[in-house]
Design a binder for this molecule. Structure first.
Ligand code: NFS
Length: 649
């Protein structure tokens, strides 16, 4: 049974005031959260940390030690660590890509007229994307174009012998590099199935061969499943454009019915966002004594509807339980991924109803209400009504919404960035390339991924971001990392510009763009690669992604999806810094493969750096060395000195 726990110091666990208040409230009300469970789970298994526990067959589990260097079957640490790693990558690719599959199928159903409540919202995006795959658009019905595109995307999952068509979106030299290293993926499903086959007892034992497939599988995600998820999302719900909103638990309103959408896929949350504006529903909320309805998002679902509709963000990953602890949430509707199984238990201390909506994601203690896409509006309306009916069950003594939220600007799709840089008539990355070549911007860093109980929430992310913009690095963000900046008030042009270095500030002011660009949810990490591809195509910064002065960072990552994302960045030639180490410490060979050998093969490798300031140093070193290799540093040094002089003056 639970032991007496040490008094918590919430300010050591989280960075923002709203979360501190809610952790204190949880303790007062005797509610367990990830922060208390994190303490009871503090003693981690060393074999697990090192990745040397093998439970792939039932002669085991076997654990590798200096005295027992091989498992019962003879597998050594290299094989075991590599197999465990590949399984993580496969799980991450499966999660993102299944999300992509649902959207591809939805695109097909919408094109066939089977989902009457959805439409092809962004026809420009449909045409733009169809053209990328040489799908004819002249004199054709949009539904026909969408159907052909949806079939092409669905084919990407099924392809048995052909490489993914979507790989053609990468720069040619990057594709040649994949070819040379034999990591071009075939069908997405095939890659994941093969990962499971290879790691079954007695199949693939060569750690290099196993890890090579990890990179191949990750590409099937980053350039495949996740990429097509973003593209389908843009067609169905609109390509994101700059939008103002707010973030943190203070977006909940005590006098309103509060509904939170949480998870990942945009279909349900889009419909919920439409329903809460229905006059009939608004009127109904008044009948129960509420002033109105607040819809807010958590995790990457929040990012999806923030980017396209400006829906407010209640918080990032480690705030999902804290939102319930406000006592003011009538309903939390979840779909898939990053949803804690503890939610119904936390909710049992309040009146919040947790509703699961996906066939593949049930939780004991939650209400299960399958979301019917073919009858989407009515499905969503039923849920909203049910939430309104729950308003009367609130315990007013337990309601305490922290008065903390910050304004933000999000919605930076690649198309938007192009327009901001080049103007409406000559949308182009040219000004960005020029600024990098001149040295006003030193490089571009993607900061992505989760929060992790092992790091004070948001602290690594925000320290790193602050230091990098100071050093004239443009930041592209997604996921919980973007929400960390939002909660800290750094996603408005004004606040961030106060902290940016001179060169970066000058460029951002000229084009009216903040130096930290929120590019969306976790599947939208492919938008970061898309931006890097635009930079290559624009010219002057190399012919291959590996040459661009760009780095990826997952500061506070925790999920298998993050492992996969890291891998597809590296396989695309981008160096990746991890704030948390992989579970690979048990094999020097695996570690060497993921860092040094990956760098030799792909042009990018992994670095595990647990201190954000050390990470800043490494990132700047990598960026400067890329600049050096491109031969663009000479000119910029002179210019930089000028600027320094000017600043001092
Ligand atoms: Ni991505 Fe991390 Fe989850 Fe989104 Fe947040 S935890 S791997 S950022 S919400 S997927």
């Amino acid at each position: 049974m639970a032991k007496e726990r040490e008094p918590l110091k919430p300010e050591e666990l989280v960075s923002d005031g709203a979360s501190i208040k809610m952790i204190n409230k949880a303790v007062e009300e005797g509610v367990n959260t990830c922060f208390t469970r994190g303490e009871t789970q503090e003693n981690k298994c060393k074999f697990g940390i090192d990745g040397v526990c093998c439970k792939i067959c039932h002669m085991g589990p076997c654990r590798i030690t200096p005295k027992a260097p091989r498992g019962t079957c003879g597998a050594d640490a290299d094989t075991i660590v590599a197999r465990n790693f590949l399984r993580e990558v496969a799980a991450g690719a499966a999660a993102h890509s299944d999300h992509g599959r649902h959207l591809a199928l939805q695109l097909k159903h919408v094109a066939q007229g089977k989902c009457a409540d959805y439409k092809l919202t962004d026809i420009k995006a449909l045409h733009r994307i169809a053209a990328k795959f040489a799908i004819p658009i002249e004199d054709r019905e949009d539904n026909d174009i969408a159907l052909e595109l949806a079939e092409l995307f669905i084919g990407e999952f099924n392809s048995q012998e052909e490489y993914l068509k979507i790989l053609t979106l990468a720069p040619e030299k990057t594709r040649q590099m994949w070819e040379k290293n034999n990591i071009k993926p075939k069908g997405i499903d095939r890659m994941v199935v093969e990962s499971m086959h290879r790691t079954h007892m007695g199949v693939d034992h060569d750690y290099r061969n196993i890890l090579q497939h990890a990179f191949r599988t990750s590409l099937a995600d980053g350039w495949g499943g996740a990429r097509l998820a973003s593209m389908c999302g843009d067609i169905l719900f609109g390509t994101p454009a700059p939008v103002k909103s707010e973030a943190n638990l203070g977006v909940l309103e005590e006098k309103n019915v509060n509904i939170i959408v949480h998870g990942h896929e945009p279909s349900l949350s889009e419909m919920m966002a439409a329903v809460v504006n229905d006059p009939e529903i608004k009127k109904y909320a008044k009948t129960v004594g509420a002033e109105g309805i607040t819809l807010a998002g958590l995790c990457c679902t929040a990012n999806e509807i923030l980017m396209r509709r400006g829906v407010k963000v209640a918080g990032n990953f480690l705030q999902q339980e804290l939102a319930i602890i406000t006592g003011a949430v009538e309903m939390m509707v979840v779909d898939v991924q990053c949803v804690m199984p503890s939610l119904p238990e936390v909710a049992s201390s309040y009146h919040t109803e947790i509703v699961t909506t996906s066939e593949i994601a049930h939780t004991i203690g939650a209400t299960h209400a399958v979301f019917d896409e073919k009858n989407a509006y009515e499905s969503a309306k039923k849920l909203v009504k049910r939430a309104i009916d729950n308003f009367k069950n609130r315990d007013s003594a337990k309601v305490a919404v922290p008065n903390e939220s910050k304004p933000l600007v999000a919605g930076f799709s690649v198309e938007t960035i192009k327009h901001m840089l080049g103007g409406v008539f000559r949308a182009s990355f040219r000004p960005l390339n020029d600024a990098i070549i001149q040295g006003r911007i030193r490089g571009v860093v993607g900061i992505v991924g989760c929060n992790n109980i092992k790091t004070k929430t948001d602290s690594y992310i925000n320290t790193l971001t602050k230091e990098l913009i100071k050093r004239n690095v443009l930041i592209l963000k997604t996921g919980c990392a973007a929400q960390a900046s939002a909660k800290a008030g750094k996603l408005t042009p004004e606040t961030a510009l106060e902290e940016a270095g001179f060169g970066l500030r000058e460029v951002c002011e000229t084009v009216g763009m903040p130096p930290i660009l929120h590019m969306g949810s976790c599947v939208d990490n492919c938008r970061i690669l898309d931006a890097a591809t635009e930079i290559v195509h624009e010219g002057g910064l190399g012919e291959i992604l590996a040459q661009v002065p760009a780095v990826g960072v997952a500061p506070e990552w925790m999920s298998e999806k993050a492992v996969t994302i890291g891998c597809y960045f590296v396989a695309s030639g981008v160096d990746v810094i991890l704030g948390q180490p992989f579970h690979t410490a048990g094999s020097e060979n695996v570690r060497k493969y993921l860092s040094e050998e990956a760098t030799e093969m792909f042009g990018g490798g992994f670095y595990e750096i647990q201190d954000p300031m050390d990470a800043v140093e490494k990132i700047m070193e990598l960026i400067e060395s890329a600049r050096e290799n491109l031969g663009i540093n000479k000119k910029s040094e002179r210019k930089l000195l000028d600027m320094k002089d000017r600043r001092e003056l």
